[in-house]
Design a protein around this ligand. Structure first.
Ligand code: DQA
Length: 146
């Protein structure tokens, strides 16, 4: 019941970064609420953020060995990274893609996601609540399998 929660570039500035788009909660707040919810759901989580594409890829590789699911907000790499898609395609358990903002309401370049070609579900525009909803879904999918 281990779940990775991975966050891409610039999300370290959550709360300070364009708060009219991303809200005022920090990534530390998001991590704390994910941890609290994970406790309720009986999940163990590894929560990471990086501005470097390779680190995200390395965490996906690490998750392959141990995790029962993965939640990812790839941030700008969503729209650019074939390498993250390829890494996710080596990972069999459930994957949920999360975007804090509604990417479909924004610039056209945010409408395409490489990661969506692999994700089992996509949440966008529900703010930081999307992370909790994604964890609930992963817990459900893990329960359904066991
Ligand atoms: C984002 C949306 C992306 O387009 C953007 O590059 C981000 C954050 C979101 O959570 O809404 O950095 O993934």
């Amino acid at each position: 019941r281990l779940v990775y929660v991975l966050n891409g570039p610039n999300l370290n500035l959550l709360g300070k970064r364009q708060p009219h788009i991303y809200g005022s909660e920090t990534l530390a707040d998001v991590e704390a609420s994910c941890r609290a919810l994970a406790g309720e759901l009986g999940l163990e989580i590894r929560f990471h953020q990086s501005n470097r594409e390779y680190e995200i890829i390395d965490w996906i590789h690490e998750a392959r060995e141990t995790a029962g699911g993965l939640v990812i907000n790839p941030a700008a790499f969503t729209h650019t990274s074939v390498a993250i898609l390829d890494a996710l395609n080596t990972f069999d358990p459930p994957v949920i893609e999360v975007h804090i903002s509604n990417v479909h309401k924004r610039e056209a370049f945010r409408h395409h996601s490489y990661v969506s070609l692999r994700a089992d579900g996509v949440i966008a525009g529900l703010g930081t609540q999307g992370y909790g909803l994604a964890l609930r879904r992963i817990a459900q999918l893990i329960d359904a399998k066991t």
